[in-house]
Design a protein around this ligand. Structure first.
Ligand SMILES: *[C@@H]1O[C@H](CO)[C@@H](O)[C@H](O)[C@H]1NC(C)=O
Ligand SMILES: *[C@@H]1O[C@H](CO)[C@@H](O)[C@H](O)[C@H]1NC(C)=O
Ligand SMILES: *[C@@H]1O[C@H](CO)[C@@H](O)[C@H](O)[C@H]1NC(C)=O
Ligand SMILES: *[C@@H]1O[C@H](CO)[C@@H](O)[C@H](O)[C@H]1NC(C)=O
Ligand SMILES: *[C@@H]1O[C@H](CO)[C@@H](O)[C@H](O)[C@H]1NC(C)=O
Ligand SMILES: *[C@@H]1O[C@H](CO)[C@@H](O)[C@H](O)[C@H]1NC(C)=O
Length: 249
């Protein structure tokens, strides 16, 4: 009982003080305390409102898309640093989308009714792109495929060997992924990424190539490569930004 009374007293005192500072009176009814950030501040309950009332909405997430190819050194570097840091720190406010294709080209072969792909770093890269494509299709949640992609991008070795090891380490069933890479479905999924890559505006001209809420500018690209967390935090307009987004004063 005592501690509750004390808590109420503390909240009351804080709110009276805060009201003087911010010029906003803390409302009498606690139902109104989380109405705005200013009111919550005046009542001294910002933390409580953030935890219980200001829920984040998935539709407020920032869309961030990475067009890349599996064996390009700059792509690997970007994914295992900036993208990985953002995934770990602020995955609640961003939808990360990977488009593994990059500077590849495709030709449709009527005789097999399959697309044939030609990659900047040769057939191994095409195989790597297809493995990424199939891992994403088999495990659509970013929480599932991002650690696998991160792992593959961290190790330079035979593509399939790395893929098998990384699958084991990140709870991905390699046989499931391999079923896809060996199928018409895998070929079709890779073609979809080819089409998406060829239709970016402006036209994708290097890798890694990023879009923020569908937009690509030189400024967005540069900010993403220097501090992706800050870029996403600054773009996020939804409720209750994660602690990592708050500027250190
Ligand atoms: C809050 O309570 C005080 C004191 O009881 C009263 O004077 C004031 O009008 C009330 N304010 C509102 C918004 O109800
Ligand atoms: C982000 O992804 C979630 C889950 O797939 C979806 O519900 C939400 O609408 C997406 N947000 C945006 C801005 O696309
Ligand atoms: C898999 O995990 C083991 C144990 O944590 C680690 O030693 C190994 O380097 C990892 N391999 C890969 C490919 O990540
Ligand atoms: C892979 O495909 C084979 C043959 O269609 C099937 O028997 C097997 O269950 C599949 N494996 C997985 C993990 O999906
Ligand atoms: C985010 O992407 C989804 C589809 O992936 C789209 O429906 C939504 O409009 C996008 N949101 C923004 C802000 O670009
Ligand atoms: C993206 O482009 C649209 C339309 O030009 C613009 O309204 C929006 O502010 C841009 N978003 C970003 C993050 O630059």
């Amino acid at each position: 009982m005592h501690s509750i009374c004390f808590l109420i007293l503390v909240i009351y005192t804080v709110s009276v003080l805060a009201a003087n500072v911010f010029g906003i009176q803390c409302p009498n009814s606690s139902a109104d305390w989380c109405k705005t950030k200013e009111i919550a501040t005046s009542c001294g309950v910002t933390k409580q409102c953030a935890s219980f009332v200001w829920k984040r909405n998935d539709n407020d997430r920032v869309n961030f898309t990475i067009y890349y190819e599996s064996l390009c050194a700059d792509c690997r570097q970007f994914i295992i640093t900036q993208v990985w840091f953002a995934f770990q720190a602020i995955s609640d406010i961003v939808n990360l989308t990977f488009i593994p294709y990059g500077n590849a080209h495709e030709i449709y072969r009527p005789e097999t009714q399959l697309y044939q792909f030609y990659c900047q770093h040769g057939p191994d890269e095409c195989y790597g792109n297809l493995i990424h494509t199939c891992a994403i299709a088999s495990y659509p949640e970013t929480q599932q495929h991002m650690p696998f992609i991160y792992c593959m991008d961290s190790i330079v070795d035979d593509v399939e060997k790395v893929a098998r090891q990384c699958a084991q380490n990140t709870s991905i069933d390699f046989e499931k992924v391999a079923n896809c890479t060996n199928s018409r479905m895998g070929n079709q999924l890779q073609h979809v990424y080819a089409t998406q890559t060829e239709h970016t505006k402006p036209t994708q001209s290097f890798v890694p190539w990023v879009t923020l809420n569908g937009n690509h500018t030189e400024e967005i690209q540069n900010l993403a490569e220097t501090d992706l967390i800050a870029l996403i935090c600054d773009t996020y307009k939804g409720a209750n930004p994660p602690a990592r987004c708050k500027k250190i004063l």
